[in-house]
Each structure stands twice: as structure tokens, then as C-alpha cells.
Design a protein around this ligand. Structure first.
Ligand code: ADP
Ligand code: MG
Length: 322
């Protein structure tokens, strides 16, 4: 199966006062048509920067995509002229971010924001765009659509705003939806509702979904495949069920062990912190925090081992873990 999205050896960096931050350092992953891929990893591992790179939304300066390829539906997005990229963004690729308050325009009504997206991408008159906006709100489970369209973002609850963001993201029938921590700012009940909505859309409309999260129990429920990122690199990937049942990287195992439990209790997190991404020391980036490290781990930089085309781990000792 040809991937719909294929990221190849992507490098994205930021120039900062303390040096160059290699936020994404040679990342590759694929999303097949209709597939749901979860990208997981602690805060600071490069998940959002990868997603923003795909959408070419990295602010330059200070950011820059220095090398790599991003293939989407036969196009190398990194080579597209800006106006062609604007057509893809919000068109064939929809996006939902964590905090809808910062992505919605506070001075425009919900209706105006939805119709604006529609008018940007299709040849619709005001009346047709309005009609479609009503349909979209119904689709994302917002009752009383006609009244809601006249309201401003601050008049809606957090969950409702996120539904509006999803309506905007799917307005132009995308084949790929990139959702970056879409439920993190919401309380648990609303989180579950938004996840259910995403799951429905994916099923009914066959939209491929890139789901960025640090909530592992959610991943187990919705993802076909998982990519685990740490310190700007992919450290493990594979079919979700397999990665959960038998992780082949100690970082994945540690993430699973520190995931919030069903009973609401939160076990201790992984000791230590994601390293600073400039001045990378030699050896495995996770070694300082790894309970399974051997002396060799602090010397040799582990390659991404390919077990199968769809199963990788960046651990020198994966055979012993397996
Ligand atoms: P994640 O989404 O996995 O939490 P990010 O992709 O947001 O992580 O960030 C990866 C790294 O890139 C972090 O170290 C972060 O500090 C750095 N970074 C992201 N945006 C910028 C920026 N605009 N300027 C400098 N560093 C940045
Ligand atoms: Mg992020």
C-alpha cells in the first residue's frame, strides 16, 4: 500500500540564544490511506515540530527545515510553492491543535470562520457556504447550529470550541487530519466525547488520522500504529497492539508504566528529563534515564533497527528486551 503521507529523514532546527536546537533530527514515518497513526512521547520530544513541519508552519526565523522530504499524495510538500501549500493546508490536510482559543479568531463569529475556510478552498457563494457550515456543525455534534454560527469563540465552552475546530478541519473533506493533543486542555468527560467524534469521522469518512498525544490509554483504543518519539528522534514504531503488548524500547516501556491508570491514579513518571536538544552527547539519548542501560549505551549511538518494514526500535539491546 502506497503511503498517503511519508516523512523521510526530516530535520527541523531552531536557532536560539544558547545554540541550535535540533528539535526534529532525522525523523521518518508513514501514514497509509484511512489509517490512524499515534505519535507519542513526553513533552519536548519533537511531536508538534514534526506536525508543523508537515504543514510548513514552522516560523522562520527562528525555525528552519534543513533537510528531508515530506511526500503527501505524490507531492513533495517541502518543494511546493507557498500558494500550492496553502491549498493543501485546510484542504486535503485538515488540522486540529491543542488550544482552540489560540487558533480561532476571537473577533469573528464561528459562522464567519467556517465559511471563510470554505470560500478559500471552493467556489461557493455565501448562501451555499452558510448551508454547508450548518451541516458541518451538525456533523460535529453541535446542536442549535444556526444560533451557534452567530456566536463568538468566547461564548462557547472549551469542548464546543474544539468541535468547531474539528468542523473547520473537515470543512473541505480532507483525506488526512492532523490532531495535535486535541483533547489535552479539556476535562475527562469532554475529552472522551471529542475522541469519540474523531473516531466516528475517521470511520465514516475514511479520513487518515495523525493523532499526537501523551495519553497512552487513548492510543491503545484508537490507533492502528504507533510512533514513539524521544528527543527529536523516532525510538520505536509498530502496530499499536504489538507496541503495547511487547515494547522493544525501554523508553516505550517506561511510558507505558507511567501512563495514568483506569482507576484515575497516576503512577510515578519517568525519572529525569528529556535532554536539551543542543549539544547532544554521544550514545543513546535515553541512556541517562534508562533502567536497562549497559556501559555501551553511553558510547555508541544506536541506529534505528528494522525488524520488519513496519517495526523499528532504536535500542542497542532490543534483542535482550524482546
Ligand atoms: P512536543 O510537541 O513533543 O512536546 P515540540 O515539538 O513542541 O515538542 O518541541 C521540540 C523541541 O523544539 C523542544 O525542545 C522545544 O523547546 C523546541 N522548540 C519548539 N519550538 C521552538 C521555537 N519556536 N524556538 C525554539 N525552540 C523551539
Ligand atoms: Mg506538542
Amino acid at each position: 500500500m502506497e503511503p498517503l503521507l511519508a516523512i523521510r529523514d526530516l530535520h527541523t532546527e531552531f536557532r536560539t540564544g544558547t545554540g541550535i536546537v535540533r528539535a526534529v533530527d532525522g525523523v521518518s514515518w508513514d501514514v497509509g490511506p484511512g489509517e490512524t497513526v499515534a505519535i507519542v512521547g513526553e513533552s519536548g520530544s519533537g511531536k508538534s515540530v514534526t506536525a508543523l513541519s508537515v504543514l510548513r508552519l514552522i516560523a522562520a526565523p527562528p525555525g528552519r527545515i534543513t533537510s528531508g522530504q515530506i511526500w503527501f499524495d505524490g507531492l513533495d510538500l517541502l518543494q511546493l510553492p507557498p500558494e500550492a501549500m496553502r491549498t493543501v493546508r485546510g484542504g486535503a490536510i485538515g488540522m486540529v491543535f491543542q488550544e482552540p482559543m489560540t487558533s480561532l479568531n476571537p473577533v469573528l463569529t464561528i459562522g464567519r470562520q467556517i465559511t471563510e475556510t470554505l470560500e478559500q478552498h471552493r467556489d461557493l457563494d455565501r448562501g451555499a457556504a452558510y448551508k454547508r457550515a450548518v451541516e458541518l456543525l451538525v456533523m460535529v455534534g453541535i446542536a442549535d447550529a444556526a444560533r451557534r454560527l452567530k456566536q463568538y469563540p468566547h461564548q462557547l465552552s472549551g469542548g464546543m470550541r474544539q468541535r468547531v475546530m474539528i468542523a473547520i478541519a473537515i470543512a473541505n473533506d480532507p483525506v488526512l487530519l492532523i490532531a495535535d493533543e486535541p483533547t489535552t486542555a479539556l476535562d475527562a468527560t469532554v475529552q472522551a466525547q471529542i475522541l469519540e467524534l474523531l473516531a466516528e469521522l475517521r470511520k465514516e469518512r475514511r479520513i487518515a488520522l495523525v493523532f499526537i498525544t501523551h495519553n497512552l490509554p487513548v492510543v491503545a483504543e484508537i490507533a492502528d500504529r504507533v510512533t514513539v518519539m524521544y528527543a527529536g528522534e523516532v525510538v520505536e514504531d509498530g502496530p499499536a497492539a504489538e507496541v503495547f503488548a511487547a515494547p522493544l524500547h525501554p523508553y516505550t516501556a517506561a511510558l507505558l508504566a507511567s501512563a495514568p491508570r483506569d482507576d484515575g491514579t497516576s503512577p510515578v513518571g519517568i525519572p529525569g528529563m528529556v535532554p536539551m536538544l543542543h549539544n547532544r552527547p554521544p550514545g543513546c539519548s535515553f541512556a541517562p534515564r534508562c533502567s536497562r542501560r549497559a556501559p555501551s549505551c553511553e558510547v555508541a549511538t544506536p541506529p534505528l533497527n528494522t525488524l520488519r518494514p513496519d517495526r523499528h526500535t532504536r535500542c542497542l539491546r532490543w534483542r535482550e528486551l524482546a
